[in-house]
Design a protein around this ligand. Structure first.
Ligand SMILES: Cc1cc2nc3c(=O)[nH]c(=O)nc-3n(C[C@H](O)[C@H](O)[C@H](O)COP(=O)(O)OP(=O)(O)OC[C@H]3O[C@@H](n4cnc5c(N)ncnc54)[C@H](O)[C@@H]3O)c2cc1C
Length: 378
């Protein structure tokens, strides 16, 4: 029999995550929207609440809780602040190459600090040549003695200016078919975060460019083996990045539905709440059905992952569905609010802006469909 219920432990964890989001994340949202910057205090709070430790194995000071717990946490945080959920989701994406492919020395060196939130992580794959085609990257590396020297530019990198442990995908200068991942520490000479983006949504989440100019890193920072870089980066994005975006989308979708229900019950037209109007109920029903369906897709995939199974196809389907549904829900939420929906006092205008950014991150909807079509044609 398939068990589609959360365990008592998972329900308790959700309650704790919701309480954390409402008490420790919510107070930062307005300032993050205004300044477009992540709050240092919030990063510290995420560390103290062990949100960074969730998927890091216990032997490296993490909680080792797995993918379902992470999805629950991201859903609850995303319900309050999609920008914070995105920051946290890409943090785990940055940790994943080390937990999945790092050697013992690398794990011991980086994971405990990351678990405590003392270090922040990200992944630098995308370049101006096109994120959907990672083989088009131009960032190159060459071997000099026992070290590696990296040169290139990465764009649209989440946590670009706040991360200090960055997995960079590069290709061999002599042999461009040799794609390889490296751990780059932000303080190293030749590395610098450059242009910081001003995004239409997810404004508190830091996004920017990374520049590597003859950036020399020790040989021990090679991740996995030379030539395995695409596999490392794509496994982390496919298994961790997409699962995280599902969490951001589900949280945002929940927020859209809750705000719409509240408004529909309070807004009086024709002498009664607009929640009595069938056209409004139609929108609420669509939002609710999509949310329930998206949660089934997402949690099914993470429960497979927690059983040690690969779920990259299931996650591509879940990411496609939940991110498209969140965008649809955000538009309906703004519509239900009438003119109020376009005013910044109401959170739904933020939800609509944020909803455009859950799609592109960790692969666009077109790319998700390419993966799902390949799965269907197997
Ligand atoms: C908020 C945010 C955070 C991000 N964080 C990171 C990060 O931390 N690290 C990182 O490395 N990258 C990050 N990215 C980059 C992200 O992974 C890329 O934006 C994404 O892969 C798409 O690449 P692109 O923007 O260059 O679009 P392109 O690849 O240029 O695509 C342009 C258009 O062509 C379509 N397209 C492409 N290929 C196909 C195809 N085969 N069939 C049909 N249509 C296709 C796309 O769907 C899109 O509509 C982030 C992006 C965003 C928006």
């Amino acid at each position: 029999m398939i068990d589609l219920m959360f365990t008592e432990e998972q329900e308790m964890f959700r309650k704790a995550a919701r309480e954390f989001a409402e008490t420790s994340v919510a107070p930062h949202v307005a300032k993050m929207e205004e300044t477009g910057r992540m709050s240092d205090e919030l990063i510290r709070a995420l560390g103290e609440a062990e949100m960074m430790a969730l998927t890091i194995p216990e032997e490296y000071d993490g909680l080792g809780l797995g993918y379902t717990a992470r999805l629950i946490a991201l859903e609850e945080i995303g319900r309050v602040s999609a920008a914070t959920a995105l920051t946290l989701q890409v943090f785990a994406l940055g940790v994943a190459p080390i937990t999945m492919f790092g050697d013992e020395e690398q794990k011991k060196k980086y994971l405990p600090g990351l678990a405590k939130g003392e270090r922040l992580a990200t992944v630098g794959v995308t370049e101006a040549t096109g994120g959907s085609d990672p083989k088009s990257i131009r960032t190159s590396y060459r071997k000099v003695g026992g070290d590696y020297v990296l040169t290139g530019r990465k764009c649209f990198i989440t946590n670009s200016h706040i991360a200090d442990t960055i997995t960079i995908l590069a290709r061999g200068e002599e042999n461009p078919d040799l794609f390889t991942c490296f751990i780059v520490e932000s303080g190293v000479e030749g590395f610098k975060p450059a242009h910081e983006e001003h995004k239409m949504g997810m404004r508190g989440c830091n996004t920017g460019w990374l520049v590597l100019e003859d950036c020399r890193i020790p040989g021990e920072n090679l991740l996995g083996e030379e030539g395995r870089g695409l596999r490392i980066a794509m496994s982390a994005i496919g298994e961790v990045g997409r699962a995280g975006m599902v969490g951001c989308a589900l949280g945002l979708h929940t927020a859209c539905l809750e705000a719409s229900v509240k408004f529909a019950k309070e807004r009086i037209l024709y002498g009664e709440p607009i929640s009595n109007l069938q056209m409004i109920q139609n929108k609420l029903a669509e939002m609710k059905i999509d949310l329930e369906a998206g949660r089934l897709l997402g949690y099914r995939a993470t429960s497979m992952q927690d059983k040690g199974m690969r779920a990259s196809n299931e996650l591509a389907a879940a990411k496609y569905f939940t991110t498209e549904a969140a965008q649809k829900a955000a538009k309906m939420a703004v519509d239900i609010h009438g003119a109020y929906g376009c005013m910044e006092e109401y959170p739904v205008s933020r939800y609509l802006r944020d909803s455009f950014l859950v799609g592109a991150s960790a692969g666009t909807s077109d790319i998700m469909k390419v993966i799902v079509a390949r799965w269907a044609l197997e």
